[in-house]
Ligand binder design. Structure first.
Ligand code: GTP
Ligand code: MG
Length: 300
């Protein structure tokens, strides 16, 4: 019989290339929020895939970008950390670009410097003609000795099984580190905060959603009078400016109601439990440059 294998696999790439979409598709559960806005993921998120002969622990990371705040710097630092101390790096780029852009070059340079085992994934192939891939594959293969180059569509689940097989080939022998029932290391509270932030990112525009910080102050399970489980959740959406507060609340509270409703529906599905959600909006100026607040974004 084949020996059991296990290991850590990080997902690295510019912002918006589809890292979180991919981790969700590989795990088959929603572990990371995804939006068409930049800098969606703010921390390293672990998710576990259990296979017959292996356990793969994926780490989704914040997208590499030009930072404008200490939060941005912290997010980039988190991502760079995961070029080391992992068994395999998945470097994702977009198929829609026909050259290696500035951001991807920067990541390539770091990969060359640290020299990890790396699989290159060319994502969003559903948006291009297959012939357009050849020159991109050639360009990248001349840059680094990738274990493999795999064109994929994270959104359409194309070639994702190939990724798992290729990873398994390259993993060291090892035990299952996590219980096989677990699929993420995030707490229900963290998932709730992220669900609220995802809806805010999706429903709001421009700089308002990027300045949002969500904190769940209370998350308590109780029984209803009919004996069913229900979570009482109280959360605050912090925004950067007073004018943003009005936008998040919306006319007669309509926007806040919408954010809360969609977040609640998502989390009821995830936790398979009813939720009673209360949301507040408060201003916290410059929180993105506040060192003590940023502690929660640092990777362990
Ligand atoms: N057409 C297409 N869109 C995709 C694909 N994968 C991801 N997307 C879209 O790309 C956008 C960004 O996806 P995310 O998964 O949030 O990207 P990310 O790399 O995690 O972004 P950050 O967290 O900001 O670094 C979303 O609108 C996704 O739906 C794909 O294979 N095809
Ligand atoms: Mg992401």
């Amino acid at each position: 019989m084949d020996k059991f294998k296990s290991g850590f696999v990080s997902i690295i790439g510019r912002t918006n290339v589809g890292k979180s979409t991919l981790i969700n598709s590989l795990v088959g559960e929603k572990v990371a929020i995804t939006t068409d806005k930049r800098q969606t993921t703010r921390t390293a998120i672990r998710a576990i895939v259990n296979r017959e002969n292996s356990q793969i622990i994926f780490v989704d990371t914040p997208g590499i970008h030009k930072p404008k705040t200490k939060l941005g710097e912290t997010m980039n630092e988190t991502a760079w950390t995961f070029l080391e101390n992992v068994d395999i790096v998945l470097f994702i780029v977009e198929a829609t670009s026909n050259k290696i852009g500035k951001g991807d070059k920067l990541i390539l340079e770091k990969i060359k410097e640290k020299n990890p085992k790396t699989i290159l994934l060319i994502n969003k192939i559903d948006l291009i003609k297959k012939e357009e891939l050849f020159s991109l594959i050639k360009m990248y293969s001349e840059e680094y000795k990738f274990q493999e180059i795999i064109p994929i569509s994270a959104l359409k689940n194309e070639n994702t099984e190939t990724i798992l097989e290729e990873i398994e080939k390259n993993l060291p022998e090892g035990p299952a580190y996590y219980d096989i029932d677990e699929y993420t290391d995030q707490t229900a509270r963290q998932l709730m905060e992220e669900a609220i932030r995802e809806k805010a990112l999706k429903l709001l525009d421009q700089e308002v959603p990027h300045g949002i910080l969500v904190e769940v102050e209370k998350m308590q399970l109780r029984k209803t009078t009919k004996g069913k489980d229900i979570y009482d959740v109280e959360a605050t959406i912090y925004v950067l400016r007073k004018s943003h507060k009005g936008i998040v609340i919306g006319k007669d509270g309509a926007m806040l109601k919408k954010i809360g409703m969609y977040a609640r529906q998502d989390m009821e599905r995830t936790l398979d439990t009813k939720i009673n959600l209360k949301l507040w909006v408060k201003v916290k100026e410059n929180w993105q440059d506040n060192e003590s607040l940023l502690k929660k974004f640092k990777s362990e």
